[in-house]
Design a binder for this molecule. Structure first.
Ligand SMILES: *Cc1c(COP(=O)(O)O)cnc(C)c1O
Length: 365
């Protein structure tokens, strides 16, 4: 008996999400001591001190279950973003929310639209429920909203848009997203995944659109600019009706007490956010200058990472970087076999990465 045959067909066919290689794993496998990881779009500046202090305080309550309604975090979010608490769904990372959305709105008879080179979790959650994947070819590595609009059929239930997108870093201007939303009927749910929104300079606030579009869901996270990836906190903003549905499906205690306490503190730590953005802007320029000097093309990015075209099979360069203690992210699985995605680090980390890249490329010649 092959146990895989017992699994639901859609699950047996899944390819697991491939995370960035952990630092300890590289140390074990290669015996390299001094490792830098620029592979998972994590904050390079360490967690907010306010968040750390909040966690220390919150450890006193660890014998209790967390607040299953997330009252305090929802209150903080509703004040910060000027929305009602009943429009918020909390998740164990925004991945959790993305999965809730797929389970809530799509069934095996439905189609789910997403872009080529978009975040891997969209096809993963779609496939898990057995719905039909509709991947729309990208335009200059980014979402082609016109083509995505044309891909809508009677069976379309859900459209995922990452803005900025991961792994390409491409950004769609707010006016284009707004026009797209106007062109989509109310019975199709549009998910705007804004995991990297804090790094951009977009002046239009997408949250204002929730009043106009009852079918819109905005997903955000504490994992990137807020520097709390290890705690797993994300959230969706939507109409109260959608939030009500998602909250029925949510596990009662899906976000833990330490995570919620830290998220509230991080949300109030404006200095941290500004520093994170500043370090990111400077690091991004460092990579652009470095790539230009090496004559490498890259995809212009509005996020905290950049995809560089290494002009050869990137798997070899990835391996050579590992040998030098530098972990980046191969993106062949996203249809980009010659690119590597590099998360923006601290100045000395970026420097080391660029040097290791130059070494690897000259070795590969
Ligand atoms: C990192 C990322 C997320 C957030 O994941 P979490 O589960 O909140 O850590 C969501 N969407 C995209 C596009 C991402 O890159």
């Amino acid at each position: 008996m092959n146990l895989c045959d017992l699994a639901v067909e859609s699950i047996a066919g899944l390819q697991p999400y491939v995370p960035g290689k952990p630092i300890e794993e590289l140390q074990r496998q290669y015996g390299v001591r001094d490792v830098i990881k620029l592979a998972s779009n994590e904050s390079p500046i360490g967690p907010s001190q306010a968040a750390q202090a909040a966690i220390a305080l919150a450890t006193r309550d660890l014998t209790r279950y967390p607040d299953g309604n997330g009252y305090a975090l929802k209150l903080a979010l509703s004040e910060k973003f000027q929305i009602d608490a009943n429009q918020i769904t909390l998740g164990n990372g925004s991945n959790d929310v993305l999965e809730l959305i797929a389970r809530c709105f799509a069934s095996p008879a439905d189609e789910v639209i997403f872009s080529q080179h978009a975040f891997a979790v969209y096809p993963l959650v779609t496939q898990a429920i057995g719905a039909t994947l509709v991947e729309v070819p990208a335009k200059q590595y980014g979402h082609d909203l016109t083509a995505m609009q044309r891909a809508i059929t009677e069976k379309t239930k859900l459209i995922f848009i990452a803005n900025p997108n991961n792994p390409t870093g491409t950004h769609i201007p707010a006016t284009e997203v707004h026009t797209f939303l106007q062109s989509v009927a109310d019975n199709v749910i549009v998910v705007l995944d804004e995991a990297y929104i804090e790094y951009g300079d977009e002046e239009v606030n997408s949250i204002d659109w929730l009043k106009q579009f009852p079918n819109l869901i905005i997903c955000r996270t504490f994992s990137k600019a807020y520097g709390l990836a290890g705690l797993r906190v994300g959230f969706a903003l939507s109409s109260p009706e959608i939030a009500d549905l998602l909250n029925r499906l949510r596990q009662p205690f899906n976000v833990n007490h330490l995570a919620m306490s830290a998220a509230i503190a991080a949300l109030g730590d404006e200095d941290y956010l500004q520093r994170a953005k500043q370090v990111n802007t400077e690091g991004m320029q460092q990579y652009i200058d470095g790539f230009d000097a090496m004559g490498l093309n890259y995809i212009p990015s509005k996020a905290n990472f950049i995809c560089v075209d290494v002009n050869t099979n990137a798997a070899d360069i990835y391996e050579k970087l590992l040998q030098q203690g530098v972990i980046v992210r191969p993106v062949a699985g996203y249809g980009l076999p010659n690119h590597l995605r590099i998360s923006i680090g601290l100045e000395h980390e970026n420097q080391r990465c660029l040097e290791a890249l130059a070494n690897s490329l000259s070795e590969a010649k």
